[in-house]
Ligand binder design. Sequence first.
Ligand code: NAD
Length: 479
Amino acid sequence: MTVLRKNLIDGEWLGEAGSRNINPSNTNDVVGEYASAGPEEAKQAIAVAKAAFPGWSRSGPLARHAVLKKTSDEIMARKDEIGRSLAREEGKTLAEGVGETIRAAQIFDFFAGETLRLSGELVPSVRPGVGVEMTREGVGVVGIITPWNFPIAIPAWKIAPALAYGNTIVFKPAELVPESAWTIVDILHRAGLPKGVLNLVMGKGSVVGQAMLDSPDVNAISFTGSVGTGKRVAAASVEHMRKFQLEMGGKNPLVVLDDADLAVAVDCAVNGAYFSTGQRCTASSRLIVTAGIHDRFVDAMKERLDKLVIGDALDAKTQIGPVVDQTQLKQDEDYIAIGRQEGAELAFGGERLERETPGFYLRPALFTGATNAMRISREEIFGPVANVIRVKDYDEALTVANDTPFGLTSGICTTSLKHATHFKRNSEAGMVMVNLPTAGVDFHVPFGGRKGSSYGPREQGRYAMEFYTTVKTAYTFAG
Ligand code: NAD
């Protein structure tokens, strides 16, 4: 029997079956059925979140700590089960699903601690006898809109700080991954959140998401997703003069220099470009390789790619799971065709694969002979597709790395301290990796990019406070 998951509004589970969730490793497997909210439910969720804000924002740190800590503990205790469910609905491997679940637990643990560390400043005024306090307060109702590729970690890194700093929430997850979203909300709800503080509205972006964008009662929106939707969030938010934060796409460069350790470079490139089926905003989709190591690097990449096990996400031997759905698969295949038309050579993979169950299996694709001007080097594909761009030296590599509308992550593989240091200082990205994959980041430090990749304050770590709080400056003359 298929389970029916409902929306959470004002502490009540509501709604009728509206959509089905399909396992991309086996399209005969229905993960569950989910309520699909309309504009009225979205408005109701916003109204109850508004009503819950005064109480929650003035609750003491212990109340918030208790909920966040309990949530972290339950997620950690159920990591294998939740990780498996995540892999089943999204298609990342079991190891990746469990790893992401552990990360969500760590994030809730981190922000549980932050509730007890909130502090302000007290300074003397320029006027004798007057004291000035600077404190931080919650912003109000926060709209949280998330993509499908990190179904539990991204909701966690938005919901945890929003709650920690006293905000109330209307959460709209991506249509493709409602089970992970529902699970995290169910845990938080049972952990003791007062009604109305966290509301879940599953449904279409164009309906539920749009109702959130159009509401004057949503005081801040934290969005992760595509550039196109991000621009809509920005335009609608300016209209209402609300705070907004956007994390969007990437076309992240990994530079490989002649002096790189070849094994390290291949590890970084395979992990960065293809793990999680390449469906990461931080994926290394441009491999910028200097001439002296180019041919050895390409040969070693092909050898490694040939050994990767591509299959059912729930099979423990699988290293690369399926693409998330038919639409994304078509986009990947279209870009592979575009790359060939543009004159790049498909040096490995790119073809559909048959497995025991019907699913969206694609062999990782590696293009060589790509230029940075090609569409496959400029537009985000969001699949297991990477291009090798040959350059003559470090200077050209840096220029090509920075020549992109995006600026989320970048990486360099080198044994030269001089080039590594220069790259860290001159790469136009929010996150820079030396001898590490461009994807894969810590949960306790800031995450975010520049240019077309991000807008607004950073997410994660203590820096998350900037978005989820507003500063108050209070003056007191005690007489
Ligand atoms: P998307 O923009 O299609 O959807 C993101 C969310 O926005 C979904 O919940 C969707 O329902 C909602 N939405 C759609 N239309 C809306 C509207 N009119 N109003 C309000 N909400 C609306 O993105 P996606 O396909 O789910 O995710 C893939 C994208 O996310 C990629 O571009 C990827 O790079 C990006 N991403 C970025 C980061 C980062 O931190 N920079 C992390 C993960 C994913």
